[in-house]
Ligand binder design. Structure first.
Ligand code: GSH
Length: 210
């Protein structure tokens, strides 16, 4: 398997964490978002959506969309589980993951920021304000749903919610958001970052970090 990734892509960061938690080896292919390589023909041939990450299988087939990749990983490599077996507990994990992956991230993406600047003249301060606004709304929704367990929804070990939450918190720090209003989220971040699987997946630990 090859993971097409970029060190600061939070969607790729989700998959890196899950691969590490499951102890799976995966070659990394670096696609520079800052250089616009995701929009070049070579990458578009793999993923016509022009977004990272993409998981390329040994037979050349490609799976995109980080939550679809996480879903495949969970089904194909069930140990250790990232989702609980109980249906409602499983849905609670997905609830957190979806706030991040479906409500915060899509409006905070690089191409959205680019459009804000190019079409509406948003300067750096306006773009930061935009980023922080959507993260604040999402964190406000997540914080009361965290029960105070060591990891997002469990004391036993991290799961799919943590795979999504930690990259989002990384992004929030990167954009200068003060995390004081969300103590549960901050505590979960601390617990996860202590784990080797999360440390090895961190953006600054990636070979293409600059
Ligand atoms: N829903 C997609 C989002 C993927 C996505 O937007 N990836 C970002 C990096 S985190 C990207 O490639 N952005 C490139 C761009 O906006 O041009 C997923 O979860 O995989």
């Amino acid at each position: 398997m090859k993971l097409h990734t970029y060190w600061r892509s939070s969607a790729a960061y989700r998959v890196r964490i899950a691969l590490n938690l499951k102890g799976l080896e995966c070659e990394q292919v670096f696609v520079s978002l800052i250089a616009g390589e995701q929009a070049q023909p070579g990458y578009l041939a793999l993923n016509p959506q022009g977004l990272l990450p993409a998981l390329e299988f040994d037979d050349g087939s490609v799976l995109s969309q980080s939550l679809a990749i996480l879903d495949w990983l969970e089904a194909a490599h069930p140990r250790p589980p990232l989702l609980p077996a109980d249906p409602l507990s499983r849905a609670r994990v997905l609830e957190i993951a979806h706030v991040i992956a479906m409500d915060i991230h899509p409006v905070n993406n690089l191409r959205v920021l680019g459009a804000l600047g190019a079409r509406f003249g948003a300067d750096a301060a306006a773009r930061r304000d935009w980023m922080q606004h959507w993260m604040r709304l999402g964190f406000d929704a997540i914080e009361p749903r965290l029960p105070g367990t060591r990891y997002a929804l469990s004391d036993a070990g991290p799961g799919l919610a943590d795979c999504c939450l930690i990259p989002q918190v990384y992004n929030a720090r990167r954009w200068g958001l003060d995390l004081t209003p969300w103590p549960n989220i901050s505590a979960v971040e601390g617990a996860c970052l202590d784990l080797p699987a999360f440390a090895a997946a961190a953006p600054e630990a990636q070979p293409d970090a600059s």
